[in-house]
Design a protein around this ligand. Structure first.
Ligand SMILES: Cc1ncc(COP(=O)(O)O)c(C=O)c1O
Length: 427
């Protein structure tokens, strides 16, 4: 029996017997009547997880190669994380931000260290990535400058300020007018950035690797040039590492890889997703005195942000990543995964890209949805992030053997009839 089953009220919703009573189809039917339809139909109803695996309501097991979209850094039901969250909840679960807690302070100090932030740097805590970016937009506004530069393909979240920086028309247009002053520049085009820069630019906001756009790394040299230009014009260089941060790419932050960051030190980094290992927590790290004092007393706030349970979850996640040498494991397993995928000889695969355990399998046009469905049927959770790409963002604890299991699936799928309709078999 899993921890959550033990913890649930006997006979209540979420208890083992309640889950066992109903099939995935029955839960899905109830979902459609009770939950707002913003995500489309759920692919499966998941009832428990352990390590890199999850199980659905019908008893099928899946290797979770998506990890809640780059969230479950330590996999599911990690005993150290579960114990730390439970202990904190049993000691002090929540206090208002009129008070401090040791866990919150310790987490802020750890983040400043991992971010290699200079003296004068400070952290603001949030509950999610979009809230971290929302705070960052308010910081940019406080420079008194009107323009913010973002890139085509950018995804920074769904709240109004973060959405203003998100490029995709389908996400933006139903909610216009959005906060103004944002300009989208062609992805990775240094000349376009040079042309757009001026002294009225508040911030340049970049993802070192665009995740939602299909795992697209910035071209070599771009980020370093952005640092030179922002410094020259007194603008903030903001790196959204919500998806790429906290070990996902084999470094604490993606821009710390010299080939991605070119040694650039940003003014602001935003974090969330993997930070709490599955517990909701985000952060804005402001580098140096100037960025750290853009928001003053009363200018921003949150009820839950930096909650001691969230802080304990993040501190423990960081501690386990360090204790178990997971950055090195991410680098090695990511490399093996990419090499294996490239060597699998799948006729639909056109390439493989990414860093550490943020990987995209490039595919022929419109092949992603059907391949993801076959993978799911065969027991692998993957994400068709674009019509021609599948994204893998597994737990950082993924082993080489588990990566090889997915490669073996790809090899078998590649040998199946090439019309894309073959069922690779049930889980
Ligand atoms: C780069 C980036 N920024 C921001 C967000 C928004 O984070 P959240 O969904 O926690 O609001 C995401 C989510 O996918 C993201 O990938």
């Amino acid at each position: 029996m899993s921890t959550h089953e033990v913890a649930a009220t006997p006979g209540g919703p979420g208890s083992a017997d309640a889950v066992a009573r109903e099939s995935g189809a029955a839960w899905t039917e109830r979902y459609t009547h009770a939950v707002m339809n913003t995500f489309g139909a759920p692919q499966r109803v998941l009832v428990r997880g352990e390590g890199a695996y999850v199980w659905d309501a019908d008893g099928n097991r899946y290797l979770d190669l998506l990890a809640g979209i780059a969230v479950n850094a330590l996999g599911h039901a990690h005993p150290t994380l579960t114990a730390a969250i439970s202990a904190q909840l049993g000691t002090l679960g929540h206090v208002s931000n009129f008070f401090a807690t040791p866990t919150q302070v310790a987490l802020a100090e750890r983040l400043l260290e991992l971010c290699r932030a200079p003296a004068g740097s400070r952290v603001f805590f949030t509950n999610s990535g979009t809230e971290a970016n929302e705070a960052m937009v308010k910081m940019a506004r406080r420079t008194g400058r009107p323009r913010i530069l973002a890139l085509e393909g950018a995804f920074h979240g769904r709240t109004m300020g973060a959405l203003a920086l998100t490029a995709k028309a389908a996400y933006r247009e139903p909610f216009e007018p959005l906060p103004g002053g944002v300009e989208f520049l062609p992805f990775g085009d240094t000349a376009a950035l040079e042309a757009a820069m001026a002294d009225d630019v508040a911030a340049v906001v970049l993802e070192p690797i665009q995740g939602e756009a299909g795992v697209r790394p910035l071209p070599p040299g771009y980020l370093a040039r952005a640092r030179e230009l922002t410094a020259q014009h007194g603008a903030l260089l903001v790196l959204d590492e919500v998806q790429t941060g906290m070990g996902r790419t084999g470094a604490w932050l993606a821009h710390q890889h010299p080939h991605l960051g070119g040694g650039a030190v940003p003014d602001v980094v935003t974090l969330a997703k993997g930070l709490g290992g599955g517990f909701p927590v985000g952060a804005v790290v402001a580098f140096g005195e100037r960025a750290a004092t853009l928001l003053g007393p009363g200018q921003h706030g949150t009820t839950f942000g930096g909650n001691p349970v969230a802080a304990a979850a993040a501190l423990t996640t960081i501690g386990v990543i360090e204790r178990d040498g997971l950055l090195a494991q991410v680098t090695a397993v990511g490399e093996a995964l990419r090499t294996g995928i490239a060597a699998a000889g799948h006729p639909l695969v056109t390439g493989v890209r990414g860093e550490g355990l943020l990987v995209a399998v490039g595919l022929r046009p419109d092949a992603a949805a059907a391949l993801a469905a076959r993978a799911l049927a065969a027991g692998f959770i993957v994400n068709p992030v674009a019509p021609d790409a599948i994204r893998l963002a597994p737990p950082l604890i993924l082993t080489a053997e588990q990566a090889a299991d997915f490669v073996a699936f790809l090899e078998a799928d590649g040998r199946a009839p090439a019309d894309g309709t073959a069922d690779a078999g049930a889980a």
